[in-house]
Write a protein that binds this ligand. Structure first.
Ligand code: HEC
Ligand code: HEC
Ligand code: HEC
Ligand code: HEC
Ligand code: HEC
Ligand code: HEC
Ligand code: HEC
Ligand code: HEC
Length: 485
C-alpha cells in the first residue's frame, strides 16, 4: 500500500517537474557566471552592441550565464585564441552547449540532422560538381547541410567554411551540427524555435518542399489565422494542453503530446523514407552510445544485442530497435490530441496509398529501367552526364518528393502538383529517352516488362481506346445541345 502511494507521489512529482519547470540544466549554477566574462559584456555593449542586446534579453542573461561561459576555450583547442586577456573560441559547438544541456545534445547528436554532411559527401558529390562548383556548395548546400569547419593556424576560421550554421556542420571539436540552426543567436529562444520558420529556412525548395506543403495544408491555414493563440512562449508546450489551435512542424516532429516527451531527434516519428527514388519503411536502430541509424525494411531486420555498422562506419551494439509501426504510432499520438482515431488512421491510409502509388507506378519501373541501362553499359556510371539521368532525378527527386511530402502532411495542391509532374516527366520525357538510348527491340522489351505489363499502365496497351474524359465531355455537350433544342 505504502509503496504504491510513494510510487504515485514520485511519478506525480516527476510528471509535474517535467511539465512545469524550465530547461533542465546539467551543471550547477555555481559553475557559471565566470567573473572574467563580465568584461566581455561591458566592451561588447559598445562593439557589436546588437548581439549583446540580444543576449541581455535571453534566458541565459536572466540565469547569469555570460559570454565567457559559452565562448571559453582551452589553449590546446584547435580553434582557441587569445582575446583581450581571455582564451576564447568563436564557435560554441553542440558539445559546448551540451555541458549544460546534455539531454538536448545527446538527442541532437544521434539524430539524422547530425548526419546531414555525410549524406552529401557519400551520396551526391556529382550534383555539386556537375551543376555548379564549390561556390554553390559553400553558399548553398553547406548552409543547410553544414560545412566542415576549417581552422587557420592562428585559431581564426577559414572563410570558405564559416560563417555556417548548417544542421550537420562538422565542428573543430568533432561534434556535429549547430544549435543556432534553429535557436537564432544570441537569444537562443525556445519560443522562436517552435515557429515553422525555424524549420522552413532549410525545409523548402527541391530537397524538402515542406514550407509550401505546410502553408497549403489546413494546419498551415489554422496556424496563420491563430498564431496568437499558440502560447509559443510558454515554458510547458504540450499539444492539447497548452495549445490546440494548430500543429506546427515542431508539434508533429519534436513536440510533447500526452505523456510522450519532446525530443531533439526529429526523425524519431517517421516511418518512411520519402526522399529516395523508391520509398521504403525504416527501422530505427539505437546504439548503446545513443547514436542511431535508419535501416530500410528491405535490408536485414536489426535485432537488439546485435552489432552492426553505424553511419560513420564503426561497428556498435544495438540497444533498442523502433519498428516502422512503433514510429508511426508515436506520430499518431500527436494527431490524437486533436483528431479521432478513425480520422488519423484514415489520413495515414491516404498518405500510405500515395507512397505506394508513386512506388509501384513510377519509382520502381523507372529504377529498374535505369539499372538495366547501366548493366548494358548504355549509360556511363557517372550520375549526371546524360539527359535521361537528369530526367530520372527530376522524376523521383523533384516531383516525387513533392507528391510524397504533400500526402504526408495533408497538402492536396502539393500532392497533385508533384504527382502530375512525375506523370508528365515519366511519359513525356523518360520513356521517349529510353527509346533513343536502347535499340528498338531492347527498349520495347524493357518498357513492356516494367511498364506495359503492369496494371498501373494497362491503358497504354489500348492506343485506340476513346478516353473516358473525352466521353464525359461529349455527354456534357450532348446534354447542352438537347436543352437548346
Ligand atoms: C531542429 C531545430 C533545433 C535544433 C537544431 C536545436 N533545438 Fe533546442 N529546441 C528546439 C525546439 C523547437 C524547442 C522547443 C521544444 C518544445 O517545446 O517542445 C527547443 C528547446 C530547447 C531547450 C529548452 C528545453 C526545455 O525543456 O525548456 C533547450 C535547453 C535546447 N532546446 C537546447 C538545444 C541545444 C543545446 C541544441 C544543440 C545541441 C539545440 N537545442 C538544437 C529546436 C531545436
Ligand atoms: C576591450 C574590449 C573587448 C573585450 C573586453 C572583449 N572583446 Fe570581444 N571583441 C572586441 C572587438 C573590438 C572585436 C572585433 C569586433 C569586430 O570584428 O567587429 C571582438 C571580437 C570578438 C569575437 C569575434 C571574433 C572573430 O574572429 O570573429 C568574439 C567571439 C568575442 N569578441 C568574444 C568576446 C568574449 C567572450 C569576451 C570576454 C572574455 C570578449 N570578447 C571581450 C572587443 C572586446
Ligand atoms: C549560450 C551561449 C552563448 C552565449 C551566452 C554567448 N554566445 Fe556568442 N555565440 C554563441 C554561438 C553558438 C555563436 C555562433 C558561432 C558558431 O557556432 O558558428 C556565437 C557567436 C558569437 C560571435 C561571432 C558571430 C557573429 O555574429 O558575429 C560573437 C562576436 C559573439 N558570439 C560574442 C558574444 C558576446 C559578446 C557574448 C556576451 C554578450 C556572447 N557571445 C554570449 C553562443 C553564445
Ligand atoms: C553554462 C551553462 C550553459 C551553457 C553553456 C548553455 N546554456 Fe542554455 N541555458 C542555461 C541556463 C541556466 C538556462 C536557463 C534555464 C531556465 O530556463 O531557467 C538555459 C536556457 C536555455 C534555453 C531555453 C531558452 C528559453 O527560451 O527558455 C535554450 C534554448 C538554451 N539554453 C540553449 C542553449 C544553447 C543552444 C547553448 C549553446 C550555444 C547553450 N544553451 C549553452 C545554461 C547554459
Ligand atoms: C535550403 C536548404 C538546402 C539546400 C540549399 C540543399 N539541401 Fe539537400 N537537403 C535539405 C533538406 C532539408 C533535406 C532533407 C530532406 C528530407 O529528409 O525530407 C535534404 C536532403 C538531401 C539529400 C538526401 C535526399 C535527397 O533529397 O536527395 C541529398 C543527397 C542532398 N540533400 C544533397 C544536397 C546537395 C548536393 C546540395 C547542393 C547542391 C543541397 N542538398 C542543397 C536541404 C537543403
Ligand atoms: C539548417 C538546416 C535545417 C534546419 C533549420 C532544420 N532542418 Fe530538418 N533537415 C535538414 C537536413 C539537411 C536534413 C537531412 C538530413 C539527413 O538526411 O541526414 C533534415 C532532415 C529532417 C527530417 C527527416 C528525418 C528523417 O527521418 O529522415 C525531419 C523530419 C526534419 N528534418 C525536421 C525538421 C524540423 C521539425 C525542423 C525545425 C524545428 C528542422 N528540421 C530544421 C536541415 C534542417
Ligand atoms: C500534422 C503533423 C505534421 C506537421 C504539422 C508537419 N509534419 Fe512533417 N511529416 C508528418 C508526417 C506524418 C510525415 C510522414 C512520416 C512518415 O514517414 O511516416 C512527415 C514527413 C516529413 C518529412 C520527411 C521525413 C521522411 O520520412 O522522409 C520532413 C522532412 C518533414 N515532415 C518536415 C516538416 C516540416 C519542416 C514541417 C513544417 C513546415 C512539417 N514537417 C510539418 C507530419 C507533420
Ligand atoms: C493541434 C491540433 C492538431 C493536431 C495535433 C493535428 N491536427 Fe490535423 N487538423 C487540425 C485542424 C484544426 C484542422 C482543420 C479542421 C477543419 O476545419 O477541417 C486539421 C485538418 C487536418 C486534415 C485535413 C482534413 C480535410 O478536411 O481535408 C488532415 C488530413 C489532418 N488534419 C491530419 C492530421 C494528422 C495525420 C495529424 C497527426 C500527424 C494531425 N492532423 C495533427 C488540428 C490538428
Amino acid at each position: 500500500m505504502i509503496s504504491i502511494r510513494v510510487f504515485f507521489i514520485c511519478s506525480l512529482s516527476l510528471f509535474l517537474a517535467h511539465f512545469s519547470m524550465a530547461a533542465k540544466v546539467t551543471l550547477d549554477s555555481s559553475s557559471w557566471g565566470l567573473e572574467e566574462g563580465k568584461s566581455c559584456v561591458e566592451c561588447h555593449s559598445k562593439s557589436s552592441s546588437g548581439l549583446t542586446h540580444q543576449w541581455k534579453n535571453s534566458a541565459h542573461a536572466e540565469a547569469n550565464v555570460n559570454c565567457l561561459d559559452c565562448h571559453q576555450a582551452y589553449e590546446d583547442d584547435e580553434d582557441s585564441m587569445e582575446h583581450e586577456g581571455s582564451i576564447i573560441a568563436v564557435i560554441v559547438s553542440p558539445k559546448d552547449c551540451g555541458r549544460c544541456h546534455e539531454t538536448e545534445f545527446k538527442q541532437q547528436e544521434g539524430s539524422v540532422h547530425a548526419k546531414a554532411v555525410s549524406i552529401i559527401k557519400n551520396r551526391m558529390p556529382a550534383l555539386t560538381e556537375h551543376f555548379g562548383s564549390l561556390s554553390i556548395n559553400d553558399a548553398g548546400c553547406a548552409k543547410c547541410h553544414g560545412s566542415e569547419v576549417k581552422v587557420k593556424g592562428d585559431g581564426t576560421l577559414d572563410p570558405t567554411t564559416w560563417p555556417n550554421t548548417g544542421i550537420g556542420r562538422i565542428n573543430p571539436d568533432g561534434s556535429r551540427g549547430s544549435c543556432s540552426s534553429c535557436h537564432g543567436r544570441h537569444q537562443f529562444s525556445k519560443a522562436q524555435a517552435r515557429h515553422p520558420s525555424a524549420c522552413t529556412h532549410c525545409h523548402s525548395g527541391p530537397d524538402s518542399p515542406d514550407k509550401i506543403v505546410y502553408e497549403t495544408s489546413k494546419h498551415g491555414m489554422m496556424f496563420d489565422a491563430h498564431k496568437d493563440a499558440m502560447n509559443m512562449s510558454n515554458d510547458s508546450w504540450v499539444v492539447g494542453k497548452d495549445y490546440s489551435a494548430a500543429p506546427t512542424c515542431v508539434t508533429c516532429h519534436m513536440g510533447a503530446a500526452g505523456k510522450m516527451k519532446s525530443t531533439h531527434d526529429v526523425g524519431m516519428r517517421d516511418a518512411w523514407n520519402l526522399n529516395q527514388a523508391v520509398s521504403t519503411q525504416q527501422y530505427l536502430a539505437i546504439f548503446e552510445d545513443g547514436d542511431r541509424r535508419e535501416l530500410s525494411t528491405s535490408e536485414a531486420i536489426p535485432r537488439r544485442g546485435e552489432s552492426i555498422r553505424k553511419m560513420d562506419g564503426s561497428i556498435a551494439k544495438i540497444k533498442a530497435v523502433a519498428s516502422p509501426k512503433r514510429r508511426r504510432n508515436a506520430m499518431k499520438k500527436v494527431c490524437l490530441e486533436c483528431h479521432s482515431k478513425n480520422f488519423a488512421n484514415n489520413a495515414m491510409k491516404q498518405f500510405d496509398n500515395v507512397v505506394e502509388l508513386y512506388n509501384e507506378k513510377y519509382g520502381k519501373p523507372a529504377q529498374a529501367i535505369m539499372k538495366a541501362l547501366y548493366a548494358d553499359k548504355l549509360l556511363t556510371p557517372s550520375p549526371f552526364d546524360e539527359a535521361i539521368e537528369i530526367t530520372y532525378w527530376q522524376l523521383w527527386h523533384k516531383g516525387g518528393t513533392r507528391a510524397r511530402h504533400g500526402a504526408a502532411m495533408a497538402s492536396p495542391s502539393s500532392t497533385w502538383e508533384g504527382l502530375s509532374e512525375v506523370g508528365a516527366v515519366f511519359y513525356g520525357r523518360f520513356l521517349p529517352q529510353v527509346r533513343t538510348i536502347a535499340s528498338p527491340e531492347k527498349s520495347e522489351a524493357l518498357i513492356k516488362k516494367y511498364v506495359k505489363d503492369s496494371e498501373h499502365h494497362d491503358w497504354m496497351n489500348y492506343p485506340d481506346r476513346v478516353s473516358p474524359v473525352f466521353d464525359h465531355e461529349e455527354q456534357v455537350d450532348n446534354k447542352g445541345s438537347n436543352n437548346e433544342n
